[in-house]
Design a protein around this ligand. Structure first.
Ligand code: Z5A
Length: 213
């Protein structure tokens, strides 16, 4: 089973995915925890470039193809072999991030991006996507506080430097994608206390697993 987590920056994906991995491993599932960009060695190198605060000059077209290159390698090297081995794959961001950020955020036709993404991913789609939804202001404030605490301001801040309007478009983009595929998406109100968000995410995954059993 292939599960992805999506949402704007600071939505809580990292927190939720770590908790899900813990719960699922505790119940005996063989879980692969991964992320985009950066879920394979090539992806790690691409991630460093994509998120580097100094790379303000990356053209939007180049940015798009770097995310797609990361996905093409990640799917073939990591995700598909894990699924074929019967593992449960939990991935922090995937194709919906490309549609939301490079499509709705940067104003590029989502249908055009869909066809490029389909080529990069080999058509692999998640079975379940948890969308952590919250106002962009709240997510950015959380991410900023976390980055300051971890002293990451210089190394991982390129997207935080985007205007608030950009993150609002990305949020709306995710919600549009969720409305388009209600059977794949579950939208979680991530503005609530973390314990409530974690409990809902665990329940949604347990429900989906029991449906497939
Ligand atoms: N990107 C793209 O443009 N196109 C693509 O195709 C792909 C990605 C795949 C990756 O950044 C960037 O790549 C991303 C989109 C772009 N940039 N942006 N924006 P990343 O991987 O470095 O960062 P991120 O994915 O945006 O995640 P994040 O900033 O690490 O946020 P998060 O994982 O969603 O949140 P978190 O780390 O779990 O939580 C943030 C803080 O809030 C932390 O201190 C938590 O303890 C706290 N938190 C979490 N939940 C709560 C609740 N419920 N209440 C209170 N506090 C909370």
């Amino acid at each position: 089973m292939f599960i992805t987590l999506e949402g704007i920056e600071g939505a809580g994906k990292g927190s939720v995915i770590a908790d899900l991995a813990l719960a699922l491993r505790g119940s005996g599932q063989d879980v692969l925890l991964t992320r985009e960009p950066g879920g394979c060695p090539l992806g790690e190198a691409l991630r460093a470039q994509l998120l580097d605060m100094r790379n303000t000059g990356i053209a939007a077209e180049a940015e798009l193809f770097l995310y797609l290159a990361d996905r093409a390698q990640h799917v073939r090297e990591i995700i598909v072999p894990a699924l074929q081995a019967g593992r449960l794959v939990l991935c922090d961001r995937y194709s919906d991030s490309t549609l939301a950020y490079q499509g709705y955020g940067r104003g590029r036709d989502p249908d055009f991006l869909r066809s490029l993404d389909n080529f990069a991913s080999g058509g692999l789609k998640p079975d379940l996507t948890l969308l952590l939804d919250l106002p962009a202001e709240t997510g950015l404030a959380r991410a900023r506080a976390r980055n300051e605490l971890e002293n990451k301001v210089e190394s991982e801040g390129r997207f935080e430097a985007e205007a608030l309007a950009f993150h609002c478009r990305v949020r709306e983009g995710f919600l549009t994608l969720a409305r388009r595929e209600p059977e794949r998406f579950a939208v979680i109100d991530a503005g609530r206390p973390l314990a409530e968000v974690l409990a809902e995410a665990r329940a949604l995954v347990a429900q989906r697993l029991s449906q497939r059993a």
